[in-house]
Design a protein around this ligand. Structure first.
Ligand SMILES: C[S@@+](CC[C@H](N)C(=O)[O-])C[C@H]1O[C@@H](n2cnc3c(N)ncnc32)[C@H](O)[C@@H]1O
Length: 266
């Protein structure tokens, strides 16, 4: 029988942010795959789970080079997908660990697509993980959305020319992949007046984390790839509702206001 592939989100860094489901799968599958940027290297996702995975499991570090040369990258991804397909065909269940959540900008998504092309009979289960943006919101106290605020999540490296528009348009903005373009991000924040409400989080929730409101201090520093900038609105949402006389406030949806099944209303 063909094995099953689990795409396991392992959260943003702290091992105790691993979900119970991820823990159960990682302690029972015979093969664990983790993505590394160089052959033989460890990886951030592996460091999160290494104390959980039993010594009896086979651990495969697969290389995913950090590059945007798609013509060179896709054959490497395809080879990795084939290696996983071979394990599944041999009847082994495989957990592919990915930092954060597997459905948000993760390497696992490329693997799933290529694996299903190679091995359409494979069963794939996604195990959600806490995304880095949730970890960053908790660390900075910046809400990802309050009331009717709208949120944009944007990879900064791909949309440098659109940064100002995004910062003008959206209430809350999460800029992913900022490490290489931080000076441009800071300039856009200054021009749009949003620097005072921005925070930078690098390797958030891990032991080596950086959490700061002082983005300028990091303008010319080399930052880890696992860095994001979270831009919020000034706090005081409820006060604003009251001082606007409630005119702009959207009334609560009755469904939203109803107690959940099985809960008593207060
Ligand atoms: C390829 S995406 C992966 C996102 C991940 N799947 C998630 O759910 O958070 C990588 C980007 O996510 C952000 N990121 C991931 N982990 C992070 C962390 N622990 N602290 C800050 N940013 C992080 C960074 O912006 C990084 O460039």
């Amino acid at each position: 029988m063909t094995g099953k592939l689990y795409g396991v989100g392992v959260g943003p860094g702290a091992p105790d942010l691993l979900t119970l489901r991820a823990h159960r799968i990682l302690t029972t599958v015979p093969v664990v795959v983790h993505p590394a940027c160089k052959p033989g290297a460890s990886s951030y996702a592996w460091r999160i789970v290494r104390d959980v995975v039993p010594a009896t499991a086979r651990v495969l570090g697969q290389t995913f080079p950090m590059s945007r040369d798609w013509a060179a990258l896709v054959p490497v991804w395809r080879e990795n997908a084939r290696e996983i397909a071979a394990e599944l065909r041999a009847g082994h269940d495989v957990a592919f660990v990915t930092e954060g959540d597997p459905m948000l900008f993760s390497t696992f998504l490329h693997i799933r697509e290529l694996l299903l092309a190679e091995c359409p009979e494979a069963e794939v289960e996604i195990v959600p993980g806490l995304p880095a943006l949730s970890g960053a919101a908790a660390l900075t106290g910046i809400p990802l959305g309050q009331g009717d605020q709208r949120i944009a999540v944007v990879p900064a490296t791909w949309h440098e020319d659109k940064l100002r528009d995004v910062l003008h348009e959206w209430d809350v903005v999460v800029l992913m992949k900022v490490a290489r373009v931080l000076p441009k991000v800071i300039d856009a924040l200054i021009e749009t007046g949003r620097l005072p409400h921005a925070a930078l989080v690098s390797r958030g929730t891990a032991e080596q984390q950086i959490v700061t409101r002082d983005l300028e201090r990091f303008r010319d520093r080399r930052l880890n790839y696992l860095t994001l900038v979270l831009v919020g609105r000034p706090l005081g949402f409820v006060e604003d509702l009251l001082s606007n006389g409630g005119d702009d406030a959207s009334p609560l949806d009755p469904e939203e206001a109803a107690p959940e099944d099985g809960q008593e209303s207060a």
